[in-house]
Design a protein around this ligand. Structure first.
Ligand SMILES: [Zn+2]
Length: 66
């Protein structure tokens, strides 16, 4: 594993620290945001409600937990 895989970044959208590869904000395609916010933005763009987004993210988190 490369050391930059473990870099802690702060997401400008939710202000939470995250580790690993950032997602790019759809608003400008430059700003790195956390994977959760990236997922939210993608779901938002296809009309998924905030409530559904929470459920989907919850499912994603469960899948990644080992
Ligand atoms: Zn975020």
């Amino acid at each position: 594993m490369k050391s930059n895989e473990k870099d802690i970044r702060i997401c400008p959208k939710c202000n939470k620290p995250y580790i690993g590869h950032p997602a790019l904000s759809r608003s400008d395609n430059i700003t790195p945001i956390c994977p959760d916010c990236g997922t939210r933005e993608a779901l938002d763009s296809i009309g998924v409600t905030a409530e559904e987004q929470d459920k989907i993210l919850d499912t994603i988190h469960r899948c990644y937990k080992q």
